[in-house]
Design a protein around this ligand. Sequence first.
Ligand SMILES: [Zn+2]
Ligand SMILES: [Zn+2]
Length: 256
Amino acid sequence: MEITRSGSEPDWLQGEGASDGAVQMENEDFCAVCLNGGDLLCCDRCPRVFHLACHIPGLLSFPAGDWLCSLCRDVLQPELEYDCENTRICGENAPKGLSYGLSPSDQRRCEKLTLLVSCNILSAPFHEPVSLQARHYYQIIRRPMDLSAIRSKLNKRSPLHYYTPDHYVSDICLMFRNCATFNYPDSEVAQAGRSLEAFFQSKLREVFPSQAWPPANDSNSDVRDYRTLRKAGARTASAVPPGRNTVTGRGRGGDL
Ligand SMILES: [Zn+2]
Ligand SMILES: [Zn+2]
């Protein structure tokens, strides 16, 4: 395990319990995202630990000195910069065109939200694309979305990089809508999807407090029809109801 705590604490660590060393925070033993062990980076403000690649944004090196995870870092006035791809490509030698997309603070907010969702125990089925072997999945779900695709779109190098927070939120909602569409409502995955969506919606309002968001669960009207089709056994590509967007050419993980 990589311990990055140093002897003297900077001002931003002088919070509760951190001032005199009397209360030492115990970090967890397993990565907050993938729940595995290995070389882990400890947050100095919360108990979470992360693999470099599991943190959002993914880190390119172990930092020297104190470190805060993006759940603890201030989104408006970050206490530290991460060594991540976006930081490197936005430096002095930034190629033209990389100034488009999310503003730095919105970028941090979207990264924080994605990490919050990824650290939620219910999010495991959403971490990677649904297997290509999943029966009928890609006939029924025409616009697959998962957390690995979302985190890749948070990278400014991605041609599909988000340009507004709404753009980002629509992908998260798509991921949950797909889950509700494909899975029977009483299945474990569908229930996890609904709970996780409620969690996301509450965090969204915390992380973007000044932005107006449409009410949650306002777009499931076609889901019921769709399930009826599935129950009737119409499980071919032609069963996709009219009006459902079919993005072709990208397919599974095409956003990666
Ligand atoms: Zn991990
Ligand atoms: Zn933290």
